[in-house]
Structures are given as structure tokens and as C-alpha cells.
Design a protein around this ligand. Structure first.
Ligand code: SF4
Length: 333
């Protein structure tokens, strides 16, 4: 490797949708389902995905779910039919299973109370919640959980608990460039207080049919690039800027300051943007051969050094990480 090459990271993951029931109705979402069509990820399906992830050399189990599903009428019977008494107990159980398969959990479970966050913390290498925006937008008019103050409070709570944290903003859901800058400044402020933000995703809208924003224009590449530039200017250098390579050509974004490609999966589709396939890992290495492209774990090296990852994940992080805190090369491919 040329020592002048810029390092660029990604994680190899599997996507585990714990439930697609959600109290919100975001104007761009095709993940959420009505109670009659909603599911709870079964143990057998989770086992199958974890096994596939382990066989394909993944290191991250990305657990996602709709927000506060317990407040939606009909969820109790979905839980009962699955033989699950308590959703958080079940998520902890799935995280423990992931660890048994050698995959590090990263949970994004929407807004949680402090007790639930504390229950999940030991079993997660890191956790996440998209801030998305600090503006009040039509796209969130039916989403009580998308109140920016609530999301910022939650992110602050994660900071107080010293949870390595992933967040991000969306581009193209009705916000202005000034709104994006405001959201990035709020994230930077939280990081200046708690030091827990490991990465910020710049996520362009991918309009889906059947959603309120189905006819919204895809964000222009220049708009996304300007946002990446603003993020690089506003966020300190120890916060990675992530762009999803299935939604935007990474090259111009890397030139603008992006440093991470997020999770790509050889097993599961992008559950939020299922029509946008992940690039192949080997092809990505070829395409970006002028970068030092390195696989990382779902927790970033400096948080490993500080021991902020959940204590039940430590043995596996020690096993998977190399001396730089990235994924040991011998486990790649
Ligand atoms: S909170 Fe997430 S799952 Fe729920 S409607 Fe919004 S985007 Fe969809």
C-alpha cells in the first residue's frame, strides 16, 4: 500500500429487521407496515441469517425496527403469536445469538427510554439513531417520534451512557441546505459535549412508490456533495462521514470529504432501500484501488481503545480487531 493513500472504511453486515411495525408514518418510508402485514423476525429466520452472515465473513449484525411498536394497536398479538413476552428481552436474546455466531450487534431501535437503552448497551458494539433533520417537515407530519428535540435528547442520553453512536441526516426530504447545516451543527455540538459520535451518514432520499414522496426528485449529486463538504467542515476529524455506495457514486463524495461507505452485505438487501443493491465487496476494492479500503468493525477504533463498546462484545472485538482497531485482514474474503 502507498502510504499516501487515503484510508476509507466499510463494514460487512447483515440486516435483521426485528419488526416493521412503527408508530410513525414518514413520507418516504416503505419499511413500515400496517399491523395486519407487519412481522416480528422469527428466531429461525434470525438463526438462518446469522449463520449466512458468519459463513460469508460478516462482522456486524444490524438490528433495526420501527419506532415504539408497542404503542401500535395489534402489536401485542404479533408478539403473542411469536411466543415473545417482551420486545426488549427478545432483542437482547437476538443480540446474544449474534455474538454466538461471531457477529457484533449494532442496534437502531428508534427512540428508547433510558432503561431499555441500558439493557441493550452491554450487548451492542455501538448503537444508532438517524437525526435526519432538525427542521419540521411535511414528511414528518405524521411521525411523533421525528421531533428533533426528542431525537437530540436521545442522542445526548446515549452520550451520557458512553455508547459509541451512529447518526445521520437525510438529503431530499424537503429540507433546505441551511437545515442540513443546522442539523450537522447540532450533532457536532453533542459530540463536543459527550465525544460519542463515531460516524454521520449523509443519506440521500431514494423515492419509493406508494409513499408521499414517491414523486420527489432524487437529490442532485451536487447537493449531496455540498452536504458532504459542509459535514466535513462542521464535524471534527474524528467523526467519520459516511455515504451509502448503493445510493450515490462514492467517488465525488470521497473527494468532498467522505471517509466511510457504511455497511454492505453479501447476504441481505438494504432493508430500507431494497431496490438498490449493494456493490460487491471485491468489485469495490477494484473500483477504489487508489484508496486504502479497509474493513472495519461496527465500533470505530478509538472507542475500542477507550473500551466504550458493550462489555459482552469485548471478547469478540478483541478477536476480530487488528492492532489498528480495524478488522484483522486475515478474516477478509
Ligand atoms: S420511523 Fe423509520 S420505520 Fe418508522 S415510518 Fe419513519 S422511516 Fe419508517
Amino acid at each position: 500500500m502507498n502510504s499516501k493513500m487515503k484510508t476509507l472504511t466499510y463494514s460487512k453486515n447483515i440486516f435483521l429487521p426485528v419488526t416493521n411495525l412503527c408508530r410513525n408514518r414518514c413520507g418516504y418510508c416503505s419499511f413500515r407496515k400496517e399491523p395486519k402485514d407487519a412481522h416480528l423476525l422469527s428466531r429461525s429466520k434470525a438463526l438462518h441469517l446469522l449463520e449466512q452472515g458468519a459463513l460469508c465473513g460478516c462482522s456486524e449484525a444490524l438490528f433495526t425496527m420501527g419506532e415504539s411498536p408497542g404503542s401500535v394497536l395489534g402489536f401485542e398479538s404479533i408478539l403473542a403469536n411469536a411466543g415473545v413476552a417482551d420486545l426488549m428481552d427478545y432483542l437482547v436474546e437476538l443480540c446474544e445469538l449474534a455474538l454466538e455466531f461471531g457477529l457484533l450487534p449494532h442496534s437502531n431501535a428508534g427512540l428508547l427510554g433510558e432503561e431499555d437503552l441500558r439493557r441493550l448497551q452491554p450487548y451492542n458494539a455501538s448503537m444508532g439513531l438517524m437525526l435526519e433533520t432538525t427542521a419540521r417537515l411535511d414528511a414528518h407530519a405524521q411521525s411523533p417520534g421525528k421531533r428533533p428535540d426528542l431525537r437530540l435528547q436521545y442522542m445526548a442520553l446515549a452520550g451520557r451512557l458512553r455508547i459509541p453512536f451512529t447518526t445521520g441526516i437525510m438529503v431530499g426530504i424537503g429540507e433546505s441546505q441551511q437545515d442540513r447545516i443546522d442539523a450537522l451543527r447540532k450533532i457536532a455540538h453533542l459530540h463536543s459535549v459527550f465525544g460519542h459520535i463515531q460516524e454521520v451518514i449523509i443519506q440521500p432520499l431514494d423515492p419509493k412508490s406508494g409513499t408521499a414522496l414517491e414523486n420527489a426528485p432524487r437529490p442532485e449529486i451536487m447537493d449531496i456533495r455540498r452536504t458532504v463538504e459542509a459535514a466535513r467542515e462542521i464535524l471534527p476529524p474524528d467523526v467519520a462521514i459516511q455515504v451509502p455506495p448503493n445510493l450515490v457514486d462514492p467517488r465525488p463524495m470521497l473527494a468532498a470529504g467522505a471517509t466511510d461507505l457504511g455497511g454492505i452485505s453479501p447476504v441481505t438487501v438494504d432493508g430500507i432501500n431494497p431496490d438498490r443493491p449493494w456493490p460487491d465487496e471485491v468489485e469495490l476494492h477494484h473500483r477504489l484501488s487508489d484508496y486504502n479500503l479497509r474493513e472495519r468493525l461496527p465500533v470505530y477504533p478509538r472507542f475500542i481503545a477507550m473500551g466504550w463498546h458493550g462489555h459482552e462484545t469485548r471478547w469478540l472485538v478483541d478477536f476480530l480487531a487488528d492492532e489498528d482497531g480495524l478488522r484483522a485482514k486475515k478474516y477478509i474474503f
